[in-house]
Unconditional design. Structure first.
Length: 131
């Protein structure tokens, strides 16, 4: 109840999961550069990926499929009213869209950049667009 809203009336859990998934996917290259991997091991086996190749930034044919499968766990159609939840939801959506536009290629140099007009899009969505 920090923001004065009733948490039972807001979709906190789906917004939080979407935001966390977007953040983890967005950070895969940075984590790999530090020798860390937070991708699910069972999905890595399914898509025939190795952490060692990921750490060396070697392209692996199954990586886009794995990232797409994780992104597919996103909850679509979340409609929070709280401004903070709305901002988190919109930001997660921008990051998922940015990843899809790169065809789930996290090694694309454009992926390292922020989504185009991120601040403007976030402001417009939270201030003027009602769900």
């Amino acid at each position: 109840k920090v923001t004065g809203n009733d948490p039972e009336m807001e979709p906190v859990y789906p917004v939080a999961v979407n935001y966390a998934l977007a953040g983890i996917l967005r950070a895969v290259p940075a984590h790999a550069g530090q020798g860390r991997c937070y991708l699910p091991e069972d999905l890595m086996v399914k898509h025939i990926l190795t952490r060692e190749k990921l750490f060396l930034f070697e392209r692996q044919a199954g990586l886009p499929g794995l990232l797409a499968e994780i992104a597919g766990a996103q909850t679509i159609g979340v409609r929070p009213n709280n401004i903070f939840l709305k901002a988190s939801s919109v930001l997660a959506g921008l990051y998922f869209k940015h990843l899809r536009a790169r065809k789930y290629n996290i090694f694309d140099p454009q992926y390292a950049l922020e989504p185009p007009f991120k601040a403007l899009r976030l402001t417009l969505a939270t201030k003027f667009i009602t769900f």
